[in-house]
Design a protein around this ligand. Structure first.
Ligand SMILES: Nc1ncnc2c1ncn2[C@@H]1O[C@H](COP(=O)(O)OP(=O)(O)OP(=O)(O)O)[C@@H](O)[C@H]1O
Ligand SMILES: N[C@@H](CCO)C(=O)O
Length: 323
């Protein structure tokens, strides 16, 4: 049996539209055993909504990669997918499903592809690199494209708590990209490029006092506010109550705040009060932490650790930059 575990992710982090991402300690797991026919079982988030057929995104992705490498379909079997990641809420559920499928096929193939090759595949299937890079490599990532291939730089995530304010309604990434303009002003482009540089400086210097400025954005959040009324009061309220950072998570509708442990309770209370006023249809406030771990093949991880004492994610990261 193969066992794959992939973290949720938050993308953009304000100013880093389609380039910054961070893995979160909320997971999608799947188990796969070879068998004569295909049987898929979905549990947890998405149960009853996600197909339990060969249309399932985890399976489709595994099959696509396997066919590309071998010319044959992915061998059938029993696939169980259990996810804690809410769907279409800006927490990278589709990225986790795609990365799980790629890692599953690659594990069955006895790792013919490197993690950087898997990243290229993940980008091709997801369309933007930020969530899939965080899900694959773990930690805090910065992804950029040189026109031929994507590069991922990896940093330790801020040592801060994560508060997620998750409205009960869904926003698909597709819908949230359709509201974006095709052109922006030079002034707005400059505004974001300064703040994105500040993010990288803050994370390199481990200076969280800069994050409230680094997170400011004019490229996507102002346009997405129409889909998430309530976004601005939550972000402003979290910052006023002492959060180091607050922004829309990915394409929304979740808002994320990064908070030092001593201020967590005050910020939580404040965002809860605001959310009660702005999300009458319902919401949850969830506390979590960044995940240092990217996608793992759990049995391999155990095998490799006992064989070499080198954790799986360290081996994965040997091909990418770690700061
Ligand atoms: N556990 C899963 N198994 C199979 N497919 C899944 C699973 N979770 C999510 N998906 C697929 O991903 C789709 C949601 O993708 P979408 O990009 O709209 O939202 P998201 O990934 O949660 O949000 P974001 O990209 O903003 O972080 C689902 O409709 C489903 O097709
Ligand atoms: N960078 C992507 C993330 C989607 O989760 C977007 O904002 O559309």
């Amino acid at each position: 049996m193969w066992h794959i575990k992939v973290p949720a992710s938050t993308a953009n982090l304000g100013s880093g539209f389609d380039s910054l991402g961070m893995a979160l300690s909320i997971y999608l797991e799947c188990w796969f055993t070879l068998d004569d026919s295909l049987a898929i079982e979905v549990r947890g988030e998405g149960r009853g909504m996600i197909p339990e057929t060969s249309d399932n995104l985890v399976w489709r992705t595994a099959d696509t990669l396997y066919r590309h490498v071998t010319g044959s379909p992915m061998p059938t079997g029993r696939l169980k997918v259990v996810s804690q990641i809410p769907l279409a809420r800006g927490l990278g559920s589709s990225a986790a499903a795609i990365v799980a499928g790629l890692l599953l096929a690659n594990t069955v193939l006895e790792k013919r592809l490197t993690v950087d090759e898997l990243m290229e595949w993940a980008l091709k299937l997801e369309g933007h690199p930020d969530n899939v890079a965080a899900a694959l490599y773990g930690g805090f990532v910065f992804a950029w494209n040189d026109g031929r291939r994507v590069h991922v730089h990896h940093y330790r995530s801020p040592e801060l708590k994560v508060l997620l304010i998750i409205p009960s309604f869904h926003v698909s990434t597709e819908a949230a990209r359709q509201v974006l303009p095709t052109q922006v002003s030079l002034e707005d482009a400059l505004f974001n490029s300064q703040r994105l540089a500040l993010w990288i400086h803050a994370v390199s210097q481990r200076d969280w006092s800069l994050l409230r400025y680094a997170g400011e954005d004019r490229l996507h959040q102002p346009y997405r506010e129409a889909l998430v009324p309530g976004m601005r009061p939550i972000i402003e309220g979290a910052l006023a109550a002492g959060a180091e950072f607050a922004a829309l998570s990915g394409s929304g509708p979740t808002m994320i705040a990064l908070v030092s442990p001593d201020r967590l309770e005050g910020v939580r209370r404040r965002v809860f009060e605001i959310a009660e006023a702005v999300f009458p249809e319902g919401f949850t406030v969830h506390e979590t932490a960044p995940s240092p771990w990217g996608a793992q093949s759990v049995l391999d991880s155990w095998r490799w650790r006992s064989a070499s004492n080198i954790p799986w994610h360290t081996r994965l990261l040997q091909t990418s930059t770690q700061v």
